[in-house]
Ligand binder design. Structure first.
Ligand code: ATP
Ligand code: MG
Length: 259
């Protein structure tokens, strides 16, 4: 990996880039994953590279759903495996979720490498190697495990492709995603769309578990029932607009109006 000084203003973003490159070199991540990361980075820039309050709210509801689910499954793709393998294992452990490797550019070798990577971080069981074409999509894109994503009641699919997210949302399951682009089909078809960088979102979700786990089921349902995904997406767009106006004013030497 390239040595990036910690005081570099873009340290976090550059480190994430290094991790994706290393994922490609180790055969975990597809080359297409590099451009997906780039698209995400651009939207993160517009957000000011921070977790906005509405995304934190979506993260809270996502954890509520994982805790309420009878069969929660966390889907892991090549970018997620390169960026946050340890955190994915931790979140699965804390919420009693099953991990499943779920790839858009699927090869048996990549699936096995990601399974091994997650096991290296302590996962005892990782599904994905016995996927069958069970979704309503063309053969390769349709593959999920019968005892995993196919039969889950809540599925957490960070960085999912739009078609597959739609196919999952049309089944009897609640779909939670992480996608920095509030305009993507993934963000627009999931039931809960977290508009945040996966690296921040997953850490926030892990940190939320100890408090949420103390709540009763009906208190957790209250969070879920009050949730409105359209409002969350609209708020993310609003935050981007405000951030851009602020930057525009800075550039022009105009003082932003006080709250
Ligand atoms: P869709 O298929 O949902 O319409 P798309 O085709 O524009 O979306 P894809 O290439 O399928 O996008 O998936 C990449 C998506 O993942 C992008 O929307 C990008 O914003 C998002 N993304 C990439 N890296 C991250 C990350 N680290 N955290 C959060 N989101 C990310
Ligand atoms: Mg896509």
């Amino acid at each position: 990996m390239t040595d990036i000084p910690k005081n570099h203003p873009r340290y976090e973003s550059l480190m994430a880039r290094e991790k994706i490159v290393s994922g490609v070199e180790r055969g975990l991540t597809s080359r297409q994953g590099l451009t997906a990361q780039g698209r995400g980075e651009a939207f993160d820039y517009l957000l000011g590279e921070k977790t906005i309050p509405s995304a934190y709210h979506a993260e809270t509801v996502a954890v509520c759903l994982l805790l309420l689910a009878e069969k929660p499954v966390i889907s892991v793709n090549g970018n997620a495996a390169a960026l946050v393998p340890k955190e994915l294992v931790k979140l699965a452990e804390l919420t009693g979720s099953v991990l499943e490797v779920n790839l858009f550019h699927r090869t048996p070798e990549r699936v096995s490498k990601i399974v091994a990577e997650l096991k290296k971080y302590g996962a005892s069981c990782v599904l994905g190697e016995n996927a069958e074409p069970l979704l309503n999509l063309d053969h390769e894109r349709a593959k999920v495990e019968r005892n995993g994503i196919f039969s889950a009641d809540v599925v957490f699919v960070p960085l999912e492709d739009g078609d597959r997210c739609k196919a999952l949302a049309e089944m009897e399951k609640l779909v939670v995603t992480v996608d920095l682009n509030p305009l993507s089909r993934t963000a627009q078809t999931a039931h809960v769309s977290i508009v945040d960088n996966l690296t921040r979102a997953i850490q926030n979700m892990i940190d939320l578990v100890p408090d949420l786990v103390l709540l009763s089921e009906s208190e957790l349902w209250d969070f879920v029932e009050q949730y409105d995904n359209k409002m969350i997406l609209a708020d993310a767009l609003e935050e981007m607009k405000e951030h851009l106006t602020e930057k525009q004013n800075e550039l022009m030497g105009i003082e932003s109006p006080k709250e």
